[in-house]
Design a protein around this ligand. Structure first.
Ligand SMILES: NC(=O)c1ccc[n+]([C@@H]2O[C@H](COP(=O)([O-])OP(=O)(O)OC[C@H]3O[C@@H](n4cnc5c(N)ncnc54)[C@H](OP(=O)(O)O)[C@@H]3O)[C@@H](O)[C@H]2O)c1
Length: 346
C-alpha cells in the first residue's frame, strides 16, 4: 500500500508531468519547482524536452501507446499531472499507468467525455489501489466548479447555478486548437438534475463589473458541468462565456499566447462570476486573475500538494470539492493568483 507523502527536508516528493514540453506543462513544471517538489518532465519527443535538461532537470520520454514506456517514466514518482491534450487520447492510458504505478493522477481536461470516461471507468481500481484520481483540475473545469462549490455556502442543494466567464481575449495554444477539433461530442448541460445534450440555447447577456461591463454571452458547458453533476445537488446549471474570446478562438489567424512578463504569463485577463440560487436566497462568488493557461498551473499544483500532504478526503476518482474545502482552496490562491470574494447567501 502506498503511504501518503508529507513534504519535509528528508523527502522531496516527485511529481511527473506528462506533456511537460507543452505550454501548460511548462508552467506546471515551474510551479512544482517553485513549491519545492522534484518535477519529472515527461514527453513523447526528447528534442522538445531538451530545455529541461539544459536547466538540470532530468526528463523522460514515453509514448502514450506504449504502456511499458509509461511505467518506466512514472517509476519513483509520487503523482502524475497530465497536461497532454487532447485528453480523449491520453487520459485513459495514463490513468491506467498511474494505477499500475500506484501514483496519484490529476489532469486538466476540459473535454467532458474524457472526464466522464475517467469517472465511469476507474472508481473501483483507483479505490483498490488507494490512489486519488482527479480529472479536470484546470481553469475550465475545476476552477468554475470550486467557485460554485464555495458559493453553495454548505447548502445541501440548490435550484440553480450560473457561471459566467469573461475573457478580454483568447490566444489559443496548438493543444487547445487540436483538442477542439478532436472533441466532437455533443456538449452536456445539467437540466432538471440530469446531464442532457445542450440543444440550441438562446443568446444571453451578463452584466460583469468593469472593465468588462455588459457582455453578449454564449452557453459553453465544459468539464465543470461534469464535476458539478457528480458532486453538487443542483437542478439547473448554466455556464456561459463572452463572445469576444470565442471570436479569437475561431479565427485561425489568432496567434498563440504571447508572454507579457518574465514569468511567461500573457496579458489575458479573466473574470468569473458565479451565482447560486436556493429558493429565495442567492449567493455570489467572484474571482479574477490573469492568463487561463498560466493560472491552471497553481490550481493543479495546489491540488497535488494537498493530496501529497495528506490533506485530501478519501481515495478513488474524486471531484476537487469532495477532496478539499473549496473556500480554503480558493483562498490559498489569493492574492498571488486571483482576487476572490464570496457574498454568502442572503
Ligand atoms: N481546462 C483548462 O482550463 C486547460 C488549461 C490549459 C490547457 N488545457 C488543455 O491541456 C492540453 C494542452 O494544452 P497546452 O496549452 O499545453 O497545449 P500545447 O502547448 O500545444 O501542448 C500540448 C502538449 O500535449 C502533448 N501531447 C498532445 N497529444 C499527445 C499524445 N497523443 N501523446 C503525448 N503527448 C501529447 C504535446 O506533446 P508534443 O510537444 O510532443 O507535441 C504537448 O506537450 C489541451 O488539451 C488544452 O485544451 C486545459
Amino acid at each position: 500500500m502506498r503511504t501518503q507523502t508529507v513534504i519535509s527536508r528528508e523527502s522531496t516528493p516527485s511529481v511527473a508531468v506528462f506533456g511537460a514540453s507543452g505550454h501548460t506543462g511548462r508552467f506546471v513544471v515551474t510551479e512544482l519547482l517553485r513549491r519545492g517538489f522534484r518535477p519529472i518532465p515527461i514527453g513523447r519527443d526528447a528534442a522538445r524536452l531538451a530545455g529541461f535538461q539544459a536547466r538540470g532537470i532530468n526528463s523522460r520520454t514515453a509514448n502514450i501507446d506504449d504502456p511499458s514506456s509509461l511505467d518506466q517514466a512514472l517509476a519513483g514518482a509520487d503523482a502524475v499531472i497530465n497536461c497532454a491534450g487532447p485528453f480523449l487520447d491520453t487520459a485513459e492510458p495514463l490513468v491506467a499507468a498511474a494505477l499500475r504505478a500506484r501514483v496519484h493522477y490529476l489532469d486538466v481536461t476540459a473535454e467532458q467525455s474524457s472526464a466522464v470516461a475517467t469517472f465511469e471507468r476507474f472508481p473501483t481500481p483507483a479505490r483498490d489501489a488507494k490512489i486519488v484520481v482527479v480529472p479536470a483540475m484546470g481553469f475550465y473545469g475545476g476552477f468554475g466548479y470550486l467557485l460554485a462549490t464555495a458559493a453553495m455556502c454548505n447548502w445541501p442543494s440548490a435550484d440553480e447555478i450560473r457561471i459566467a466567464i469573461a475573457l478580454n481575449c483568447w490566444q489559443p495554444t496548438q493543444g487547445t486548437r487540436l483538442t477542439g477539433q478532436r472533441n466532437t461530442a455533443t456538449r452536456l448541460v445539467l437540466r432538471g438534475g440530469k446531464l442532457v445534450p445542450i440543444g440550441n440555447p438562446p443568446a444571453s447577456s451578463w452584466a460583469f463589473p468593469e472593465p468588462f461591463g455588459l457582455q453578449d454571452m454564449k452557453e459553453l458547458p465544459l468539464t465543470e458541468t461534469i464535476l458539478i453533476g457528480r458532486h453538487l445537488r443542483v437542478s439547473n446549471l448554466q455556464t456561459c462565456i463572452n463572445l469576444a474570446p470565442l471570436r479569437d478562438l475561431h479565427n485561425p489567424a489568432t496567434p498563440p499566447p504571447q508572454a507579457a512578463d518574465a514569468t511567461g504569463r500573457s496579458a489575458q485577463r479573466f473574470l468569473v462570476d458565479v451565482i447560486v440560487r436556493n429558493g429565495a436566497s442567492t449567493s455570489h462568488v467572484f474571482a479574477q486573475g490573469r492568463d487561463i493557461y498560466a493560472f491552471t498551473a497553481p490550481l493543479v499544483v495546489e491540488a497535488v500538494q494537498r493530496i501529497l500532504n495528506g490533506a485530501a478526503q478519501g481515495v478513488g476518482v474524486r471531484t476537487p470539492g469532495e477532496l478539499f474545502d473549496a473556500p480554503d482552496f480558493l483562498r490559498s490562491l489569493a492574492p498571488e493568483h486571483i482576487t476572490f470574494e464570496i457574498e454568502a447567501g442572503l
